[in-house]
Design a protein around this ligand. Structure first.
Ligand SMILES: Nc1ncnc2c1ncn2[C@@H]1O[C@H](COP(=O)(O)OP(=O)(O)OP(=O)(O)O)[C@@H](O)[C@H]1O
Ligand SMILES: [Mg+2]
Length: 250
């Protein structure tokens, strides 16, 4: 089903890879966290960044956004290096980032939170309206006049994603969208991600929940101690249980 009615945005000016991460190194002070990490996000795919607690998933997302400055290596978005840009400039190019700590405005209503996220239309991405987002997240539609603090954890997570979509991104980074969310909401979240993909978005999500990744991912990157241990399709990973057993929680 297409929400915008326009289906997949035809790959105007789109490189085969929406994102390319080339041998990046990131530090917190002296702690060397990402080590020569490389992977790609092919346009229109859902890529799951998998790894245990502390593997470096969130740092990878922050490094793409340059919230954590990369010390070496390069990140390309649609073929353009974004490594030297500031986070707000990177966001303006069409990267929508949903951090692991949900940041909704608890005293504002659902609708007011969406208005805060509003950004100008972009030529290569769906232009989201409140009504389209309420179609995508029916729970939020029922709660549209409730304040953020009245929402459940899962609803707050959905609102964070919806507010980011109000910025009309072409690429979405979702840091552990299923974390701390009830199982029924996890299933809904998986449907939402599949729908966003059908709208033409390319999505990078980080996960510890292998079940969730299995529902949505086309491709996976497994990291441990900030190093890439596996990059391939979901099917390729599933054909190699030894990889899963070595690097992912049971
Ligand atoms: N602000 C920080 N200052 C110092 N070290 C940090 C900071 N944030 C993360 N780290 C360290 O960097 C490493 C990678 O952390 P990161 O948060 O990227 O992992 P993660 O894979 O997202 O883990 P989780 O599944 O717990 O979210 C860990 O060793 C962590 O302790
Ligand atoms: Mg994390």
């Amino acid at each position: 089903m297409s929400i915008s009615g326009e289906g997949v945005f035809l790959q105007m000016n789109q490189a085969r890879n929406m994102l390319e991460v080339r041998s990046i190194n990131s530090f917190y002070g002296k702690a060397h966290v990402l080590r020569d990490l490389s992977f790609e996000a092919p346009t229109g795919e859902v890529i799951a960044l998998l790894g245990r607690n502390g593997a470096g998933k969130s740092t990878t997302m922050k490094s793409v956004m340059q919230i954590v400055r990369t010390q070496s290596g390069d990140v390309f978005f649609k073929g353009q290096s974004i490594t030297k840009l500031l986070p707000h400039k990177i966001a303006k190019l069409g990267l929508g980032y949903v951090p692991e700590d949900r940041r909704i405005f608890t005293d504002l209503t659902v609708i007011e939170n969406l208005i805060v996220g509003q950004q100008p239309e972009r030529i290569d991405a769906v232009k989201w309206t409140q009504e389209m987002l309420f179609d995508l997240f029916p729970n939020l539609a029922e709660r549209r006049n409730n304040r953020g603090k009245a929402l459940s954890g899962g609803e707050q997570q959905m609102l964070t994603i919806a507010r980011t979509l109000m910025g009309n991104p072409s690429f979405l980074l979702l840091d552990e969208p299923s974390e701390g969310v009830a199982p029924i909401i996890v299933e809904q979240m998986a449907k939402v991600i599949t729908q966003l993909k059908s709208e033409g978005l390319t999505i990078l999500l980080s996960e510890q929940n292998l079940h969730f990744a299995q529902l949505v991912a086309d491709r996976v990157v497994i990291i441990e101690s900030g190093k890439q241990k596996f990059y391939g399709t979901l099917q390729e990973m599933n054909e190699r249980p030894e990889i899963r057993n070595a690097y992912l929680a049971a």
